[in-house]
Design a protein around this ligand. Structure first.
Ligand SMILES: [Ca+2]
Ligand SMILES: [Ca+2]
Length: 405
């Protein structure tokens, strides 16, 4: 009997277009020449240009469709021509450039950009995205070449084909590239691994999750992100999660989207509910719990999960809501920390995430609160922090990818 899981995201609104914009041209000083576009009233009058001292080599291009010339002028020439009755328009040739990279609100919200400013980027930390696959042709993602699909049918056997968009979106929140396009991930130098455990419709089984966890252990993953869940417990899935945790992997999962408006039900799903897995709740820009975000004693941390802009297949971008979107913020923050503090065990890293989170109120709604990357990286433990402390019992010997047996 197969119990199904489903992806934990909701609406897919607001497709975002990257539109070209007109950048401002620098101001040229007196007598200095600049590039202009000049349109004549009637045919291009070369005699007029000559009269203003414009030589042939100053003309870059003469258009055919309109009486327009692209040329180089001094400010004085430009001023003179602009007042001449035979000139219809005279404009500086403004530079056109792509709008560039958009930083989704969640990235600074978890101190991702603060951490980047200090040079922390998650370099080399291996993050397995157990999801619907990752579109590895996306221009804003760098997906590692070895991945895995738990499916054998032709439509779902390729971990780099994401027919849903869910896994690609989750991946972008962890590690969309820092370039001049698209969006920015929390830990943009982390290594993304596509582990397809959900099919193109966003469904999977506990056996598939278990197989994805096994692959992650065998392939030396540091962090597993599971933006998925189901309402039934499975002893065997729990065993696999425990096995991964005991091997030193940090497991992060969406708490679930089964919360109610009052925030008073016990609705955290599996695998998030297991002790070995961090359950992540979703908040909005004002740090209010998203009304859908599951609640209960198992909620451990909070992260942005409302109107989260990230990558989707086909070099596109979209905003999604869900605890699925919150979980990869935590995975990304964990990657930022672990790259700087590889000596921490997964248990110590988890303690640090808790100790440096911003308390947002009720623990059943927010857990320890909103994760903070830079505070965690800079945490010395001496000041007492806001609860917890880092003493633990672990067998800990640093992150798995960092010299584990
Ligand atoms: Ca980017
Ligand atoms: Ca848990």
């Amino acid at each position: 009997m197969k119990k199904t899981l489903s992806v934990l995201f909701m609406l897919s609104l607001c497709f975002v277009l990257i539109v070209p914009s007109i950048g401002a041209q620098g101001v040229s000083s007196e007598g200095k020449s600049g590039e202009y576009l000049v349109q004549f009233n009637g045919p291009v009058n070369h005699g007029l240009l000559t009269a203003f001292g414009v030589s042939e080599e100053d003309v870059f291009h003469e258009f055919n469709a309109l009486p327009v010339v692209h040329l180089q002028l001094t400010e004085k020439q430009a001023f003179g021509l602009s007042n001449h009755p035979k000139i219809k328009y005279l404009e500086e040739n403004a530079e056109v450039q792509a709008l560039g990279q958009t930083v989704p609100w969640g990235i600074p919200h978890v101190q991702g950009t603060d951490a980047h400013g200090e040079g922390y980027t998650g370099n080399g930390v291996k993050v397995a995205i157990l999801d619907t696959g990752i579109d590895n042709t996306h221009e804003d993602l760098n997906v590692q070449p070895n991945g895995h699909s738990v499916f054998s049918d032709a439509d779902n056997s390729d971990p780099f084909y994401d027919g849903s968009g869910h896994g690609t979106h989750v991946a972008g929140t962890v590690a969309a590239l820092n370039n001049n396009l698209g969006v920015l991930g929390v830990a943009y130098d982390a290594e993304l691994y596509a582990v397809k455990v959900l099919n193109n419709s966003g469904s999977g089984s506990y056996a598939g999750i278990a197989e994805g966890i096994e692959w992650s252990i065998e392939n030396g993953m540091d962090i597993i992100n599971m933006s998925l869940g189901g309402s039934h417990s499975s002893s065997i899935l729990k065993e696999f999660c425990d096995l991964a945790y005991d091997s030193g992997i940090l497991l992060v999962a969406a708490a679930g989207n089964s919360g109610n408006r009052g925030g008073n039900n016990d609705s955290v799903g599996y695998p998030a509910k297991y002790d070995s897995v961090i359950a992540v709740a979703a908040v909005d820009e004002n740090n209010n719990r998203a009304s859908f975000s599951s609640t209960g004693p198992a909620v451990e941390l909070s992260a942005p999960g409302v109107r989260v802009l990230s990558t989707v297949p086909g070099n596109d971008y979209a905003s999604y809501n869900g605890t699925s979107m919150a979980s990869p913020h935590v995975a990304g923050v964990a990657a930022l920390i672990w790259a700087e503090k590889p000596e921490l065990s997964n248990v110590e890293l988890r303690e640090l995430l808790r100790a440096t989170a911003i308390n947002l109120g009720g623990s059943n709604q927010y857990g320890y609160g909103l994760v903070q990357a830079l505070d965690a990286i800079e945490y010395t433990g001496s000041g007492g922090g806001n609860g917890g402390g880092q003493d633990d019992d672990d067998s800990g010997s640093g992150r798995p990818g960092n010299g584990r047996p």
